[in-house]
Design a protein around this ligand. Structure first.
Ligand SMILES: CC(C)(COP(=O)(O)OP(=O)(O)OC[C@H]1O[C@@H](n2cnc3c(N)ncnc32)[C@H](O)[C@@H]1OP(=O)(O)O)[C@@H](O)C(=O)NCCC(=O)NCCS
Length: 184
């Protein structure tokens, strides 16, 4: 890291390393896994150094990210990390030193269902140059299993109509409930 400090990671990397990925219902050809995502690729938790590895530029392929300084990024990173509820997973291209794919699992704490946890998947994005190489599939399969491993009773996400068939691959089904929002 440029300031000489060690990078901080958002969560325990062993959750990915030790995951029993064999139980995933999704098939990969060629075979890939969190510990072996492909040549020159590493899957890991988001790191405080990823601001310099194009993380915000990657997110800008999903939606508007605005002007985010490194300080602002680090403040948000540390805030998320301190809750213990945010699992931002990235894929880094180690040849280019760039983050090329990312997705987020958030654990929502509930009182209902005996104080259950609900997993929410957000901000799934693969760099446009790297799409079609199973990275989106690998991230979604990983986060769905991670949500299960962390004890969530269900995992949910919101998506556009055009992405429904993508998420159905991982067992997600369209619910009868309607997604509502009030923009501020
Ligand atoms: C959607 C997205 C994450 C998929 O990532 P990807 O790495 O290109 O997808 P993969 O290579 O892992 O494809 C996996 C499978 O899903 C299919 N697929 C990919 N994108 C799809 C889409 N938008 N809709 C339906 N199926 C899709 C592929 O054909 C492939 O099928 P197969 O396993 O039968 O061969 C990626 O296209 C992306 O970042 N899009 C822009 C951001 C976005 O829309 N994010 C989702 C927000 S809800």
């Amino acid at each position: 890291m440029e300031n000489g400090l060690t990078d901080s990671v958002m969560f325990d990397i062993n959750l990915l390393k030790e995951m029993d990925f064999g139980r995933s219902k999704v098939t990969f050809n060629p075979p890939v896994s969190p510990s072996n995502p492909g040549e020159s690729l590493v899957m890991r938790p988001l790191s405080s150094g990823d601001f310099d590895r194009g993380f915000m530029q990657l997110l800008s392929q999903l939606t508007s990210v605005g002007e985010t300084t490194q300080d602002k990024f680090l403040e948000r990173f540390n805030g998320m990390k301190s809750t213990g509820s945010y699992y931002v997973v990235v894929v880094e291209d180690t040849d280019r030193n760039q983050v090329v794919a990312a997705a987020t699992l958030i654990l929502e704490q509930k009182f209902i269902h005996e104080c259950a946890l609900r997993g929410r998947i957000e901000d799934v994005v693969v760099n446009s140059e790297q799409r079609g190489k199973q990275l989106g599939k690998l991230l979604m399969a990983t986060l769905t299993l991670l949500s299960q491993d962390l004890g969530c009773y269900k995992t949910t996400l919101e998506c556009s109509e055009t992405n429904i068939t993508f998420y159905e691959k991982f067992g997600y089904v369209k619910d009868k409930e309607v997604y509502m929002q009030n923009r501020h």
